[in-house]
Design a protein around this ligand. Structure first.
Ligand code: BES
Ligand code: ZN
Length: 550
């Protein structure tokens, strides 16, 4: 199993790094250790770089193969520079055949084939089809960077929903925002008043009290690892900043309390993608205790060496919470009781994950699909539904379906769920079509037919058994549905080998591949077009280009 040689070793090294807390994460920020697909915007340069990585990893057998691939690409690049788009198209179609041959004679591995194929399809899709991943990337940026984490029920989730609604409305859809009740939610806030009200990701430690009103405000006091000797009289009335490790968290909290601190922030002693989970043991402090990352803790320590750091800390449980769905509908004119076709996604994220891939990617793919279907005037009804509260167990989609009439359910022919449609993590090289029962259905069949027409290798689109998203409530009502997500080949049924950024602070736009988004959009667009009889599928974008807009 040469094909996963270095990658497997690296994955294991990363897991070891997580467990033993080495400083590997410093290197891990680079593409190499986590194997992100390069996506600088210059697709041919990115492909060449990826070819070099595959050669290093042994996924490309020899230097002759590397030279053959690169020679072809530099030829296409020349046509691209000369603006000879038809030649670019033709040459990339030939490139697909070259990859086919190299795979069948063992010159390239399965993963090298999948990934290079995806880049190839990206170049073809951007020229040939109406789906434009540049638009998708802009939506992802707005949702994951400008708005940021979108926990169900939060103001940010609402802001995300309003953005999605305004975009879908601008395409002429009839839109509604639905509010679904959700369970009580703990809202956490760590705001650095002395640093432009910067918000720092925070996790509450169980068995410590919450704050009231606007929370507590105070200066930070750096108390080492929180031993009694780490506190002086100056700690009184301040929020103790304590490094994790050395002594128990219970003792740290107790010592802080004894020194008169009004709150405790434990910062991690190892780099990782998530906020540390710690336990107070049997200690029950009467001041709030939260955790932050190593990076944020160390930044505080360095600020403290220069002066005061003033923060506001609030941990409170909110009741009567509502998560929101955005539903956009296009009804056919003059048709009674039309068939209904759903595209779905979820717009919420887990707390403090920017949710770029999970799931600004799927939601933005949905928005771009809505854009290119806006001129549809056939006899079917189209519905684009971005659900809230998915991360709590499909709260938004269950609410939506629960409010449909039996007649509407009966008229619903399919649901395509777009969730995590663009991870850049190299090993997730195939777009899995996941059904709840693992069987093929109208969604998977129509997608496979579309792939064939688009000359996309069917191997890239395996049918698999997996629940875990908003296609589940549709399936339970008898609607053929499937979840589209990029995963690692060889993933066992029900399981999911996916990116290491999942549900973490690192679920950022940098780790989203426009190439994979493009392939997803191309194939789903074609599948739905053919199902509903949409003719206009050759319409090109005036601004479609192989280079990134910015
Ligand atoms: N996008 C994920 C679903 C997912 C994760 C699919 C990994 C394939 C691989 C989704 O947002 C999610 O996290 N779902 C929850 C569902 C749960 C709350 C019922 C999950 O899988 O934990
Ligand atoms: Zn998720």
């Amino acid at each position: 199993m040469k094909r996963f040689g270095l990658k497997k070793v690296l994955s294991i090294a990363i897991i070891i790094a997580f467990i033993f807390g080495t400083n590997m994460m410093v290197d891990a920020a680079s593409n190499r250790i986590f194997n992100d697909m390069p996506h600088t915007g210059d697709v041919f340069a990115d492909m060449e770089k990826q070819i070099d990585y595959f050669r290093e990893d042994g996924d490309i057998r020899d230097d002759i193969t590397v030279r053959t691939l690169k020679m072809h690409l530099s030829g296409v690049n020349l046509f691209q520079k000369q603006g000879q788009t038809d030649k670019v198209l033709k040459q990339m179609q030939t490139f697909k055949r070259l990859l086919d041959n190299q795979k069948s004679n063992g010159a390239i591995s399965g993963i090298a084939f999948d990934v290079l194929n995806t880049y190839t399809q990206y170049t073809i899709g951007k020229i040939n089809g109406p789906f434009n991943s540049d638009n998708v990337m802009k939506h992802i940026k707005h949702l994951s960077v400008d708005i940021g984490p979108r926990e169900a029920g939060s103001a940010a989730e609402r802001a995300g929903a309003e953005y999605i609604e305004s975009v879908l409305k601008s395409y002429g859809y009839e839109t509604t925002i639905e509010e679904a009740p959700r369970s009580n939610r703990t809202e956490l806030l760590l705001k650095v008043l002395s640093d432009n009200n910067k918000i720092i990701p925070l996790k509450a430690v169980s068995n410590a009290p919450q704050t009231t009103g606007d929370g507590i405000t105070g200066n930070l006091y750096h108390a080492g690892i929180g031993q009694p000797g780490d506190f002086t009289a100056a700690a009184k009335g301040k929020i103790a900043l304590i490094q994790n490790g050395g002594i128990t968290v219970g003792d740290k909290a107790k010592n802080a309390m004894d020194a008169g601190a009004i709150g405790v922030l434990i910062y991690d002693n190892q780099d990782r993608f998530t906020l540390p989970t710690v336990s107070l043991g049997t200690v029950r402090p009467n001041i709030p205790v939260g955790t932050i990352t190593k990076k944020d803790g160390e930044a505080f320590v360095s600020q403290l060496s220069k002066g005061k750091v003033d923060v506001q800390l609030s941990i409170k449980t909110l009741t009567n919470q509502k998560t929101v769905n955005v539903i956009a509908v296009k009804k056919p004119k003059g048709i009674k009781n039309p068939e209904i076709y759903y595209v779905g996604s979820h717009l919420d994220s887990v707390p403090f994950a920017p949710g770029a891939n999970d799931n600004a990617s799927g939601t933005s793919t949905l928005m771009e699909l809505a854009r290119i279907f806006k001129d549809y005037d056939g006899d079917k009804e189209l519905r684009f539904a971005a659900f809230g509260g998915e991360e709590l167990g499909f709260v938004g989609s269950k609410y939506h379906i629960g409010n449909l009439s039996q007649d509407e359910v009966n008229r619903t022919k399919v649901q395509f769920q777009m969730d995590m449609t663009g991870t850049a993590w190299v090993p997730a090289s195939q777009l899995f079509i996941n059904t709840v029962d693992g069987k093929t259905n109208l969604v998977s069949q129509s997608t496979h037919q579309a792939a064939e027409k688009l000359d996309i290798n069917k191997n890239l689109l395996p049918v698999h058994m997996l629940s875990r998203s908003d296609h589940v409530p549709f399936h339970e009502k008898g609607v053929p549905s499937a979840l589209f997500i990029w995963m690692e080949p060889g993933t066992p049924p029900g399981a999911a080998n996916i990116e290491p950024y999942y549900h973490s602070l690192e679920d950022k736009i940098e780790h989203v591949s426009p190439e994979r988004v493009q392939l997803t959009g191309d194939v789903v667009f074609k599948a739905i077009s053919d199902l509903i009889g949409f003719q206009k599928n050759s319409s090109k974008n005036e601004d479609a280009s192989l280079k990134k807009a910015s």
